[in-house]
Design a protein around this ligand. Sequence first.
Ligand SMILES: O=C(O)CCC(=O)C(=O)O
Ligand SMILES: [Fe+2]
Length: 199
Amino acid sequence: MALTALALPRAEVLLEPNFLPVDTAEALLRELTDTIAWRQESIKLFGKAVPQPRLTAWHGDPAAHYSYSGLSWQPQPWTPALQMLRNQVEAATGTRFNSVLLNLYRTGQDSMGWHADDEPELGDEPVIASVSLGATRRFRLKPRHTELTPHEPVTLELTSGSLLVMRGPTQRHWLHAVPKTVQLVGPRLNLTFRRIIIS
Ligand SMILES: O=C(O)CCC(=O)C(=O)O
Ligand SMILES: [Fe+2]
């Protein structure tokens, strides 16, 4: 299997559903769930601290500082498991990454709202490589400006072991989200590998 491009205007989105074997994904899910120092961060909304509906962790090279949703992140060091996965993702994408954001969606009530990964630290056309482990969740994409990019929202089912890559102008022209679901789903762990531009 290889990365396959989706036919979307003003975007480069590629998907490889079976990037990791099922048992590898299962073992990695268990190891990361148990060993990562998960935190529930809060974001300021209208001056009020609102806990994010998911757990997060940030690992990377020491120089890869990052701000995300108004939060400032100092990366934790690479663990052997994260380092090994980074090597595989770099080989599959032909891109170097210096950090990874981990998100743990504990239940169907955990989610991520509409956003683009367009922070200045990521540069003009960032490559974001996203590995999913555990429960299948819906990943939605929609144009930022429907006049410029007329297209219906797109829904992908991100299964355990899948690799999704967003690159080129995707973050400039599209938003993405992981909506809540009322279905009874187990935990899902997502890792987005990124390259922070170190100034
Ligand atoms: O969980 C996902 O699939 C998406 C995560 C995401 O968009 C992000 O970390 O910026
Ligand atoms: Fe994102």
